[in-house]
Design a protein around this ligand. Structure first.
Ligand code: PLP
Length: 385
């Protein structure tokens, strides 16, 4: 058994905050009503859902009826792509190569099975899309296009500013979908001032429960539908609502945003500390994506120097009680090379590991990580030729 357990994988998921659990708890037991029932139990649940919708929409600068609750951000992304394509609201798809799989896979499916034109936007070595190439694609592909560009990348911390992208997309009558899963709860987002047509969120990325998220559709834009059945969510998303999940999501967002400045500062300091200490420890270390202070402050993707210690590094960290995530090839313990690292041309012969942080992490934990790394590298001999 490892002596310590250190969780440095907050971009994968975050623990539920105690106040979130407390807020959810009654909706599993005494207030268990189906929000679609007309009796008191049902009405109580309905009131709670609508209150959660108002809370979330106020926090992110949306109108309550611009939000559709879903079971995950993956469902929300699938809804946008399949919904818009199948209803012929869009005639082509233009996506960045550093999208999450929940965007890439439905886009590829729609292309292969429904023959919708699909194009990938060129990017630089930080993963930032080439706006000139985007314009070329918008000019040549059938209109309107749905353009999918991730806001903050979950693997390499690269952030896309929405304004210049939206300006182009809208000039060519397209729609802009930006995946904001890694930014909601971590930045002050005001959708009223962002020219984004569609976005998605997932509660478990900001200390809410798993299995609940939302889809945002700007008023006046076509509403994509994936799940048909009951009249829930104004008939845009059938299926009995996850009442405790929705309450938990609203409470989590409210709670983390209450402490946003403090958390941002704390996490940014941790990230800087780890980045700088790693540079001292391994002079030829590289970072994948945007390791600067302008990058997503919760994520640091480290590209370790080629060395036998890099073999199965992720597993060796796990044995030492440290949870992080693979960003790269089998050499770090991952099954498959990441499409994001491939898209930015990250060196394939170096193990890449994504460390990601929450406000619950401490500098002491990072010192332990650094100690462990030092030990692993010192204990693994370099082969003599
Ligand atoms: N988009 C991004 C950027 C993510 O990091 C994730 C989760 O890993 C998702 C989408 C999918 O979220 P969910 O777990 O709610 O399906």
């Amino acid at each position: 058994m490892p002596k310590r357990r250190i969780y440095l994988d907050a971009a994968a998921t975050t623990p539920l905050l105690p106040e979130v659990y407390e807020a959810m708890q009654p909706f599993w037991s005494q207030n268990f009503g189906n929000p679609n029932s007309l009796h008191t139990w049902g009405r109580e649940a309905r009131v709670a859902i609508e209150e959660a919708r108002r809370t979330i929409s106020t926090l992110i600068g949306a109108q309550p009826d611009e939000l559709i609750f879903t079971a995950s951000a993956t469902e929300a992304a699938n809804t946008i792509i399949y919904g818009l394509v199948s209803a012929r609201h869009v005639k082509s798809l233009i996506v960045s190569r550093i999208e999450h799989h929940c965007v890439l896979e439905p886009a590829q499916f729609a292309h292969h099975h429904w023959q919708i034109p699909l194009a990938y936007i060129r990017n630089d070595n930080l993963g930032r899309i080439d706006l000139n190439h985007l314009e070329e694609l918008l000019k040549t592909l059938p209109r309107p296009a749905l353009v999918c560009v991730i806001h903050a990348n979950n693997e390499i911390a690269t952030i896309h500013e929405p304004q210049p992208i939206a300006q182009l997309v809208h000039h060519y009558e397209g729609f802009l979908f930006m995946d904001m899963v890694q930014t909601f709860g971590h930045y002050a987002i005001n959708l009223a001032e962002l020219p984004i047509d569609y976005t998605i969120a997932s509660a478990h990325k900001f200390h809410g429960p798993k299995g609940v998220g939302f889809l945002y559709v700007r008023k006046g834009k076509p509403v994509p539908i994936l799940l048909r059945g009951g009249a829930q969510e104004r008939q845009f998303r059938a299926g009995t609502e996850n009442v405790p999940g929705i309450i938990g999501m609203a409470t989590a967002l409210q709670t983390v945003l209450n402490h946003l400045n403090h958390h941002q500062q704390h996490i940014q300091n941790l990230r800087r500390y780890l980045r700088d200490q790693l540079k001292t420890l391994f002079p030829d270390i590289l970072f994948n994506g945007d390791a600067s202070d302008q990058g997503l402050y919760t994520v640091l993707n480290v590209c370790f120097p080629p060395h036998p210690a890099g073999e199965m590094l992720l597993l060796r960290l796990d044995i030492e009680g440290i949870a992080a995530s693979a960003g790269s090839a089998c050499s770090s313990g991952a099954h498959q090379r990441s499409h994001v690292l491939e898209a930015i041309g990250a060196p394939p012969n170096r193990p890449s590991i994504r460390f990601s942080f929450s406000h619950l992490n401490t500098q002491d934990e990072l010192d332990y990580l650094l100690e462990v790394l030092k030990r692993i590298y010192a204990e693994t001999p370099t082969p003599t030729t």
